[in-house]
Design a protein around this ligand. Structure first.
Ligand code: ATR
Length: 274
């Protein structure tokens, strides 16, 4: 119920008209009695600065940031949390009494989605496909869970090497992935947008894999890589869960609360995907 004290939270990006974030956040607000509504705003880059001023003027408690502004927003904020600074991207901003603080909940949300599916990370051999912004956040949080090793494969090898060099500051067992290693992995993660706009797969299965396969693409819910993995009898983790967990983590930051995600996640998966 909207009343005189209802707050507004939002998502900004260049085109957020198809984003599922309002469905997720508004459902959470209804369930947990948080007096807030969540909307999407598509902005041009030259509108970012005015937007940030409006957040302060309207006392908006927080907002999310998506493509292509996760890096660009950093320069407009008052403070960046240590993890978001290391990752180099902000997807969540909290307005703390007029001071805007940037966070990154993408990587942590991804790791929560693996844990929710009882996927152990410690001691495992992981393949990450892609080396963009999403990969950086995911890699940072995966590396904190003590996997045995992480390999990165990417269309442009140089981009993977840059990410590997960055991560080596925190985690040693990371290197470029080689085609011959394919069957060795315990967890295979697609962080590229392949599978979103086309029915292509970023990975060619040999048929001998025994890995858990996960994708951060959530539209379609079952991408080609996930379908092929399922057809081979492999365990899969859908991208929709990362989207839900990063949202829950953002609400925890904005509203200084701890959210019991268990039942919410199952409900939200059904709501978003129908
Ligand atoms: P984001 O910040 O959301 O992760 P990004 O920075 O555009 O998005 O990164 C996308 C990742 O997907 C990159 O690793 C990119 O590979 P390149 O480094 O070679 O650009 C990868 N990617 C995107 N489209 C791809 C495609 N059609 N084939 C192979 N890789 C692709």
């Amino acid at each position: 119920m909207i009343n005189g004290r209802t707050k507004l939270a939002c998502l900004i990006g260049s085109d957020v008209s198809e984003s599922k974030s309002p469905q997720i956040h508004n459902y959470i607000y209804d369930k947990l009695d948080i007096n807030c509504r969540y909307l999407n705003f598509s902005l041009n880059e030259n509108e970012l600065s005015d937007f940030v001023t409006s957040v302060k003027t309207l006392k908006i408690p927080g907002f999310n940031v998506t493509i292509p502004y996760k890096e660009k927003i950093i320069g407009l904020l008052d403070e960046i949390d240590d993890t978001a600074r290391k990752i180099g991207a902000v997807n969540t901003v909290k307005n703390l009494d007029g001071k805007l603080i940037g966070y990154n909940t993408d990587g942590a949300g991804y790791v929560m989605s693996l844990k929710n599916n009882k996927v152990d990370i410690k001691g495992k051999k992981i393949l990450v496909i892609g080396a963009g912004g999403a990969a950086r956040g995911i890699l940072f949080f995966l590396s904190k869970e003590n996997p045995k090793s992480i390999h990165i494969m990417n269309r442009t090898k140089k981009n993977a090497e840059i990410v590997i060099d960055e991560l080596k500051n925190y985690y040693n067992d990371i290197e470029y992935g080689h085609y011959d290693d394919k069957e060795e992995y315990d967890i295979i993660i697609n962080t590229t947008s392949i599978g979103m706009k086309s029915s292509d797969s970023p990975y060619l299965f040999t048929g001998k894999e025994r890995a858990v396969v996960s994708d951060i693409v959530y539209n379609p819910r079952e991408t080609r890589i996930l379908k092929e993995a399922k057809d081979m009898g492999l365990k899969t983790v859908e991208g929709i869960e990362m989207l839900i967990y990063q949202a829950i983590l953002a609400d925890e930051i904005w509203f200084d609360t701890s959210i019991d995600s268990g039942v919410l996640v199952d409900d939200l998966k059904e709501i978003i995907c129908t």
